[in-house]
Design a protein. Structure first.
Length: 217
């Protein structure tokens, strides 16, 4: 195993995996409470309340709640203010809380209404994630090769593949940064299971909207 994939003495695979699964379930609950007419601030308040109910502590990275046009923003960019979720719209959640001293990181896109382009974009982000994860599972590719493959497959789908702020990273017992602070996309050797978050961010330049999906490899 690569030295950059080391964990601390308190690391527990069971805690890492169970925390990740719990966060994914919480994201579904949060999304169900978000609806048209809301602002991202209201979405953030819902997020905070749901996570607190399930014993998540502080965030190891700030939560990103992106509505509408803000789904085009990269991770470090600030949202345009006062964006309100419309009756036909798209949004995503990217959450990174800590539970039992372990980092979680999960993101998913949701659609309000029945716009076919929104639905296709949302589904494509998950489909591409699954394709890349399957490729990694089969061939045990490096981070570099994984993201090269993802970029090529996104182009086939007709989307722009975004890597700025969405190029994958370590995860583990908090803080993983003592072992590695870089990006999955930059790793030129095969990567191990239960160490890395794979991030997929797509932009549909025809409808000027984006989608995001991330989970653990």
């Amino acid at each position: 195993m690569l030295a950059i994939e080391n964990n601390g003495d308190k690391f527990s695979l069971e805690k890492l995996v169970s925390g990740q699964k719990l966060l994914a379930a919480c994201v579904q609950k949060i999304a169900q409470e978000i609806g048209p007419g809301m602002t991202e601030k209201q979405g953030a308040d819902i997020t905070k309340a749901v996570l607190a109910k399930h014993d998540f502590g502080k965030n190891w990275h700030p939560p990103k709640i992106r509505f509408g046009i803000n789904t085009l923003k990269t991770y470090s960019e600030l949202s345009e203010p006062d964006v309100i979720l419309q009756k036909s719209d798209i949004f995503f959640l990217d959450l990174g809380p800590i539970i039992a001293d372990h980092e979680c990181d999960y993101g998913q896109t949701f659609v309000v209404g029945n716009d076919p382009a929104h639905i296709r974009l949302r589904e494509s982000s998950k489909v591409l994630f699954d394709q890349v994860k399957a490729k990694w599972s089969q061939d045990r590719l490096s981070g570099q090769d994984l993201y090269k493959f993802a970029h090529e497959e996104a182009a086939k789908m007709g989307y722009k593949f975004v890597v700025k702020g969405a190029s994958g990273h370590r995860v583990g017992d908090f803080p993983h940064q003592v072992h590695f602070r870089g990006n999955l996309m930059d790793i030129d050797e095969p990567v191990a299971a239960n160490r890395w978050i794979l991030e997929i961010q797509l932009h549909d330049e025809k409808i000027n909207r984006g989608a995001f999906f991330e989970d653990i490899l």
